[in-house]
Structure formats: C-alpha cells, structure tokens
Design a protein around this ligand. Sequence first.
Ligand code: AR6
Length: 179
Amino acid sequence: MASACNDRIELILGDITRLEVDAIVNAANQSLLGGGGVDGAIHRAAGPDLLEECRKLNGCRTGEAKITGGHQLRAKYVIHTVGPVWGGGTRGEAALLASCYRTSLALAAERQLQSVAFPAISCGVYGYPWRDAAMIAVREVCAFLKENPEPQKVIFCCFDHEMFEIYQGTLADADAGRI
Ligand code: AR6
C-alpha cells in the first residue's frame, strides 16, 4: 500500500527528552519507577515529580501502557510502556512489542494528542533484535494511523546512527508496500 502513513511519520536522530511534542513514549519496566537507558534519561529530564506520579500507577504489565504528565519535559505527557525482554522469540515477544505500540497510540488518540515520539522500545537493555523491532514498530504505527486521525504525527526517535539507518530502510519498505 502506498504511503498513506509515511506522510504522518517522521524519523529523527537524537535525544527524545528534548522533543517538543504532545507525548514522548518511555521504554519503561514493570515497576514504572525508573531505570537506565531512555527511562533514566526521561526521569532525569522530567524531574522528581514524574517519579511521584509514577508511584501512584501501580506498575504496568508488559505490552501495556500508562500515561503521566511531562513535568519539566518539553513534552506535555509521557506514555510509559513496557516492552518484552528478548528471550529468543518464542515467548510471545513480537506480539507484546506490537501491543506496546498499539496501546501507546490508543492512549494518545484517547487524549486527542497530535504528536507522539517513540524510542526503539526493547532495543537496548531488553535485547530485541533491531531489524525485527523496527519492522514491528513501523507496521503497527502505519496500521494505527490508517485507522485513526489522531495522533496526526508520529516520530521515531533513534539514538544512534545504526538504528536510524535501520528505520530508514524499514520505512522505505513500508512505503514500497513490502511490509
Ligand atoms: N533518546 C532516544 N532514545 C534513547 C535515549 C534517548 N535519550 N536513550 C537511550 N535510547 P533502553 P529497553 C535508546 O535500554 O531495551 C531501562 O532500564 C537506546 O539506544 O532504554 O526497552 C528500563 O527501566 C535503545 O535504542 O530500553 C527497563 O528496565 C532504546 O532507546 C529497560 O531499560 C531502548 O533502550 C528497558 O529496556
């Protein structure tokens, strides 16, 4: 299918905590009480009030998502989702990762948010193979955007050049109808 979704997707290389968007997505863990990677960066940039708000959420299951304010971030909201830990691919990882993208976007749509930025969920400490994860991310976001007017725009925010190139290739594949 032609680029019915690609014109609403932006790919950038950079630090997600700097983005001025309606919501950034956090690759959190089930406790929602912070950690390393992008989670640690988001909590540092948002300040201690984010942790206070997260404490009231009673954690989050893998594949699901919860939303908080953005506190000191430029983003108005943070959508916290818990990606699967890669265990070889036979533990439902693909379905769980797909669910992270879908539930995060559903929360954004419910709040009528217009712009949402995603990191590469599960691709750091959780060890998900990058190409497979990018394919799932692009496929799920495209499918959601085709069905929903909101969010108007989705940004994939890659933290390093190699990931950026993988997303570039994956988006080109989607554009050409190969996904
Ligand atoms: N902006 C954008 N992307 C980033 C940033 C940033 N500032 N920092 C890292 N990344 P990870 P996971 C990229 O490990 O694999 C935490 O401890 C990074 O390069 O943050 O889902 C949580 O508390 C990688 O591509 O998340 C959990 O325990 C991607 O973000 C666990 O890690 C995700 O890497 C979650 O692991």
